[in-house]
Design a protein around this ligand. Structure first.
Ligand SMILES: Nc1ncnc2c1ncn2[C@@H]1O[C@H](COP(=O)(O)OP(=O)(O)OP(=O)(O)O)[C@@H](O)[C@H]1O
Ligand SMILES: [Mg+2]
Length: 326
């Protein structure tokens, strides 16, 4: 996996020209690639280019319906955030280990969450690096017992993940948690540990049923624990030509139960997602401007409320004084 952001995309975010950005990359001798028409760079340069100063946060992808894109969006948002120079940890809590596989990590020889809770392994022992600035706590089938271990050991739901995640925020700007499609103890503990829950819904019949159950579970936790847990809903696999897609969007946006939580950003159906996994890559390994990349960029920016005003000016303060190359 070798995700990159193009100078054009980065320059747009920063509100400067691609030429200006390229000059700065050269001046600062930042690692980058240059093909005929495209300059691109990965996390090491991105960290210097953006210098984003955001409050560390934890976001989970959860909905009690399989196949809506929790893993695909968690993976893509994590990588996009990393390409904005943020230090990202992905936590895979789904025993299917799909997020782990997306990163090409073999979890067999690594401690996973069940080993941390049941055997006392440390997070440091379990976390593995997949790319610069991008780490993963992997998952494998044994995590199917997380609910049982939490119950048997009488672990406190509002502490079991919240306390370690808060500690990990000292090292990471963003923690992304991928959940299995259930409403068990472990997912409840995640809900109580995160700053935002993202529920991807797909425009299909019964799409709302999973959302309803997930929202009800979150509301119950909010009441029991006297906390506020923001729920964000995003539509995934949107197909503008499909009547069902338009109707589903109308149903969610027109429903007073959900319209406050519905995000502006939504993700079109795109073969980029399954194809990238099949190639062992991310959707950001290609330099092409694709709909999938644009959608994930919007989703990431909206979730993290990213904008160029959060960039520390140290490197780029002189932008308005620079000679124009345009
Ligand atoms: N926007 C999209 N366009 C096309 N295919 C997509 C999109 N998002 C996800 N997919 C595909 O849909 C399938 C299910 O996605 P994914 O595994 O991310 O869902 P999930 O909610 O994590 O599933 P589970 O509940 O089993 O964990 C995958 O094959 C994935 O590649
Ligand atoms: Mg999944």
């Amino acid at each position: 996996m070798d995700p990159k952001i193009t100078a054009k995309e980065a320059a747009e975010f920063l509100g400067i020209s691609s030429r200006q950005l390229y000059k700065r990359i050269l001046d600062a001798e930042l690692p980058h690639t240059k093909t005929l028409s495209t300059v691109a760079f990965g996390y090491p340069a991105a960290r210097q280019v953006f210098r984003l100063n955001i409050k560390p946060q934890t976001i989970s992808f959860q909905i009690v319906k399989g196949g809506t894109g929790k893993t695909s969006l968690a993976c893509a948002v994590a990588i996009r955030a990393n390409l904005y120079g943020l230090r990202v940890l992905c936590v895979d809590l789904d025993q299917q280990g799909n997020l782990t596989n997306s990163f090409g990590v073999d979890a067999e020889s690594l401690p996973v969450m069940i080993d941390i809770l049941a055997e006392g392994y440390s997070f440091d022992e379990a976390i593995t690096r997949v790319a610069p600035g991008l780490d993963v706590l992997a998952s494998r089938i044994e995590n199917a017992l997380l609910d049982d271990v939490i119950k048997l050991k009488r672990l406190k739901l509002d502490e079991v993940y919240r306390l370690p995640f808060n500690k990990l925020k000292e090292k990471y700007d963003l923690i992304v948690v991928d959940c299995p499609p259930n409403l068990g103890q472990s997912v409840a503990a995640v809900t109580l540990a995160v700053d935002q829950v993202v529920a991807p819904v797909v425009p299909e019949n019964y799409a709302i049923s999973g959302l309803k159950a997930t929202k009800a579970a979150i509301q119950e936790l909010q009441q029991s624990y006297h906390v506020t847990i923001p729920l964000r809903i995003t539509v995934n696999k949107y197909d503008p030509r499909a009547v069902l897609s338009q109707e589903a969007l109308k149903i969610i946006s027109g429903d007073s139960e959900y319209n406050d939580e519905l995000m502006h950003a939504y993700v079109h159906a795109s073969t980029e997602f399954p194809n990238a996994v099949a190639r062992g890559e991310s959707i950001f390994d290609t330099l092409k401007a694709t709909q999938a990349k644009r959608d994930i960029d919007q989703l990431t920016r909206e979730l993290l409320q990213l904008d160029s005003s959060q960039c520390e000016p140290a490197v780029f303060i002189e932008s308005h004084q620079e000679e124009s190359f345009a």
